[in-house]
Design a protein around this ligand. Sequence first.
Ligand code: AMP
Ligand code: MG
Length: 389
Amino acid sequence: MIILICLGIEGTAEKTGVGIVDSDGNILAMAGKQLFPEEGGIHPRLAAEHHAEWIPKLIPQAIEESGLSYDDLDLISFSQGPGLGPALRIVATSARSLALSLKKPIIGVNHCIGHVEVGKLDTGAVNPVSLYVSGGNSQVIAYESGRYRIFGETLDIAVGNCLDHFGRETGLGHPGGPVIEKLAKKGSYVDLPYVVKGMDFSFSGLLSAAIREVQKGTPIEDVCFSLQETAFSMLVEVTERALSHTQKDEVMLCGGVSANSRLREMLRTMSEEHGAKFFMPEMKLCGDNGVMIAWLGLLMCNEFGPLELADTGIIQKFRTDEVDIPWIDNSKTYLKLPDDLIAKGAESNIVKSNYLGEKAVIKDRIPKGYRIPEIDNKIRKARCKEEAK
Ligand code: AMP
Ligand code: MG
């Protein structure tokens, strides 16, 4: 087989990335530069200016790191969406200019799928339920019937955005995630709203409540602890629901918020409670990067060929489930339940038993090891009550 080499350009938000990968999955170069906003959130225009400044510097840097020449490249790939419009336009324009000047084929790919595919490449996971959590996205993604399906997602802001916004509002600075993690280690629980609606989560009410708690004078450590515990319990619960629905036996965490060791611990515990394997790519591949765009470009081009130049426009609201994915082997990785269980749902174990001398089936709403007792008790009590109604 001929080995193909792809250069990928990423720039959906504030990180500019260029990566070079071959079709055997070898990472030949990885260059990146992040914009840190001086105040406020990420301004789309400033992100675009950052890409315009750095893409022309990062491309030669990546070429030099790979030891290749421009002529060795077989394909130019870029993140077509989802993302900030002005940022995406700079990325697409750069990719087109490079492809045209080198006379190479071009392909645009879905950023979220890039996270999942590079995670699988790095960890060896075959068919996982993925929790993708970053500054701009929060999705539970799993393959089903030819596409990556979104099993759950945020109804408003991304979890990373929630942490960052909280950090800015309370003077902890940007990005909030790492500081909140540090302060949370010294905190204890105060009640905050837990919002899982069906298979989706919502963070904006939680964010407002957390900010109000700080304004009320609750110690910042306690609010950080409770914000993390609440937000992450919501994320892990929905991932657990997707896992129990799909019966897959792998769970993968990706996106920049994966840096959080408490989230990792919670997701690992949940996976183990379901007998599933837990994976997380190397941290440098968790955040936005050019490697994931190059790798997905190769996978897509191998199946569908490159794009016509006319089809390389950006897709600002590019959905994960809009892309046909023919390369996944969906036959192997299904969970086997222990013999004593009839079924294991996300919330309960269903077991055969006896009750008052009669054969019975018991639905046991078991405590979850991944969430703190305060949240666990609150949820199980409320849901038991609901069910009885
Ligand atoms: P990304 O959008 O994938 O580049 O990831 C950036 C997001 O990850 C930002 O919202 C950060 O606040 C968040 N993040 C980084 N480190 C941590 C951490 N240790 N805990 C929680 N969130 C984090
Ligand atoms: Mg991302």
